[in-house]
Design a protein around this ligand. Structure first.
Ligand SMILES: *[C@@H]1O[C@H](CO)[C@@H](O)[C@H](O)[C@H]1NC(C)=O
Ligand SMILES: *[C@@H]1O[C@H](CO)[C@@H](O)[C@H](O)[C@H]1NC(C)=O
Ligand SMILES: *[C@@H]1O[C@H](CO)[C@@H](O)[C@H](O)[C@H]1NC(C)=O
Ligand SMILES: *[C@@H]1O[C@H](CO)[C@@H](O)[C@H](O)[C@H]1NC(C)=O
Length: 307
């Protein structure tokens, strides 16, 4: 297993280079899913100067019993492929239930990811795949100030646990950090402050019958929205993820490539830590136009003058 300490530091590079935060919550089995995972690895290779922070989410995260989960042979070759690329970091998904999940469950989840070393793969039983995890993605964070103490304790725990791996530790409230909790910017590597739909219409399912973009329930993404993440130092520690990148669902009218380029340019101009745009949701269709992994990575690199 390669020592994470030998890798070039992405933490330093990320403050200058806007990376991709890829919520590829897709179980890597079957043609559609492995096509998406293969496209991700190809994009990582196509843009060696672009940081990729890939959320690893097998069935909503720990607790796993056994740990690593018995599904790991399906994942191993892909986690290993990311771990072998200097510009990719794997971050383990942990939900927090609006920052109410018990501290002992949360630290146990962090500890489970931190313990991953090697695994057998789907086609071989040899434990030769490097499945280490570099950081943590805490979902469903509530930044109400009454939960600041708990959020602070949790973020600090993960930062310490993953200090040698280099992180990142990402918090996901999905909305702007509430007044009174700004100190979280000093602790986390990034806070996903805007997680929203591009479309202004409702009706998509992922898969059904989940209403993904309920009318009135969100602010559709616009370049102006990107500018709300805060001042320069807060921007540098913010992430933005936009899903459902189409004009209308029924009939299905995808957004245009020029809109995608314009919107990605607005996000990069903001100097955020990382971002992502996806045509649908997080569990399928990462190769679907216009916001395919290939296209999003190409624009992210081009707009920053990276290879
Ligand atoms: C903070 O965490 C403690 C310990 O897990 C828990 O008992 C308490 O309810 C949490 N507070 C809030 C506001 O969620
Ligand atoms: C791996 O081990 C399992 C369980 O022992 C066995 O069923 C399977 O045939 C083995 N696969 C290979 C490729 O050796
Ligand atoms: C950004 O805002 C935070 C919180 O209000 C403040 O502490 C910090 O000094 C500001 N930074 C800049 C660069 O303006
Ligand atoms: C999205 O993914 C699903 C599941 O793989 C597939 O059935 C569907 O055809 C895809 N849609 C597009 C437009 O790629």
């Amino acid at each position: 297993m390669k020592s994470a300490a030998c890798l070039p530091s992405l933490v330093g590079a990320a403050s200058a280079t806007v990376g991709l935060l890829v919520p590829l919550y897709e179980y890597p089995s079957g043609t559609a899913a492995t096509t998406d995972w293969t496209a991700l690895i190809a994009a990582v290779d196509a843009h060696p100067q672009l940081p990729f922070y890939v959320v690893i989410n097998d069935g909503n995260g720990p607790p796993y019993s056994p740990n690593p989960p018995s599904s790991m042979p399906d994942w191993a070759q892909y986690i290993d492929a990311l771990n072998s690329r200097a510009n990719a970091k794997t971050i383990g998904y942990v939900y927090t239930s609006q920052s109410t999940r018990s501290y002992s469950d949360l630290t146990a989840a962090v500890d489970q990811y931190a313990s991953w070393t090697t695994s057998a793969g789907f086609t071989t039983n040899a434990s030769r795949y490097d499945i280490h995890i570099d950081g943590i993605f805490f979902d469903e964070i509530d930044t109400v100030p009454t939960k600041l103490t708990n959020n602070t304790q949790l973020t600090t725990y993960a930062k310490t646990k993953f200090a040698e791996r280099g992180g990142p530790i990402v918090l996901n409230p999905g909305t702007l950090v509430q007044a009174g909790s700004e100190s979280l910017f000093d602790l986390a590597d990034s806070i996903l402050q805007i997680e929203t739909c591009y479309t202004k219409t409702e009706g998509a399912t992922d898969p059904g019958p989940i209403l993904r973009c309920p009318s009135g329930g969100y602010s559709p993404f616009t370049p102006a929205l990107a500018a709300t993440v805060g001042n320069a130092s807060q921007s540098a520690k913010s992430s933005i993820v936009v899903h459902d990148f189409y004009e209308t669902w029924s009939p299905f009218v995808p957004a245009s490539l020029s809109t995608l380029q314009t919107d990605i340019a607005a996000v990069i101009k903001q100097g955020v830590h990382s971002f992502y745009f996806t045509t649908y949701g997080y569990t399928t269709n990462f190769t679907a136009s216009p916001a395919s992994i290939t296209q999003v990575a190409d624009y992210a690199a081009q707009l920053q003058g990276l290879s």
